[in-house]
Design a binder for this molecule. Sequence first.
Ligand code: ZN
Ligand code: ZN
Length: 238
Amino acid sequence: MLSYGWGNCDPRNPKNRRSRSSIMVEKGCTSLLIDMSPDLRQQMLDYGGNKVDAAILTHAHYDHINGLNELRPMFWDKKRRLPIYVKKENLPAVKKAFFYLFEESGHEIYSPYIELHAIEDEFTIGDISGICFEQNHGFSKSLGIRIENFAYSTDVVSLSEENFEKLKGVDTWIVDCLSMKQIKATHAHLDLALEWIRRINPRRAFLTHMDISMDYDSLLRILPENIRPAYDQMTISV
Ligand SMILES: [Zn+2]
Ligand SMILES: [Zn+2]
């Protein structure tokens, strides 16, 4: 029998199932994946969509990148390499971790199925235009991403004045909130995330990247109505 560390989370509540941060942004004809969690295959099956046009990587940590292997089926259909946008500094880390994905085998069916691009501060990918900005992730950096009035800030422990400026006027914000109490120098905890939300004042905010101290129903009892814990397969219209 397997046991898993559920902490304060009620394991019977499906809303306590949370992937380590992969989101799909859809606009017009474009499906843009942000981050590739290790369980990406299951997430994609549950999501039911079979289209990814491109992906952005917020940073090269295991829990955001290890689903890269699962993107190969996206290539079978289109026979077009999937563009993945990464901060320039992270390109070597991705190439090192997934070196086998970039090797030309000489056989068409085993050719690389992704291509890496350095992301610029302002980007347009298909029908989706946005900006990205560097966030403090403790011992490293992550990318915050804003697409019109929606923003996604995962894996962040402090926001700079410049970050607050980029997030000004955001309507819907998904924000890192690892734990109830501060336990890591790399992620926000509840009080800190709430402080940021008060300052940015979006119409609504969703907490992400939560650990086992963050039980869905318990959080609903203490959070204001416009702040909700995110969960696997949650859909938000903006
Ligand atoms: Zn990280
Ligand atoms: Zn992470």
